[in-house]
Ligand binder design. Sequence first.
Ligand SMILES: [Zn+2]
Length: 203
Amino acid sequence: MDQIKIGKFIAECRKKVNLTQMQLAEILGITDRAISKWETGKSMPDASIMLQLCGVLGITVNDLLSGEVVAMDRYNKELEHNLLEIVSQKQRADKRLLTAEVFIGSTATAVLLIFIFLAAFVKMELWLRISLIVFGFVLFLAGCFYALRIEQVAGYYACRECGHRYVPTYKAVNSAPHMGRTRYMRCPECGKKSWQKKVLSQE
Ligand SMILES: [Zn+2]
């Protein structure tokens, strides 16, 4: 998707319906800064606001994502193209999240080890020693929580038995035994337990 083209198109449609950035912002209940960001291609309208925006501008979501009014004979083709683009964007975002998870996990572990090392070998008052260890554990647990949260929402788990791919609950991810990213969980589709691999695509 071409964000610059989409931005220019939004500006063009807005002028066609005789609205200033400020007026459009007021209708949508957002800031005019957000609209200026869309129109300069710096960001995309949020999914939660897209339908309302298109309604005001008198275009379809397909038009918006294409950055132009899509002619009827190309409509389905363009729609498919936009859908595929969205799916591949999610996959790229998930990949980045999973890389961040490794970073968060290893940083949290390193910080905990450093704090324990300091508390054990550096001369200091007892209260400081205890605080360091407690603080280290709190950071470590926070790191684990975020890492696990990413593990849950980024990508999908694939059932080994029936091939079903799904996003599990936080509780299921948290309580499942794991080796790396592969988790032993019950499949919501076939109900069997198996070692489920993390995959980036739903199919
Ligand atoms: Zn299954």
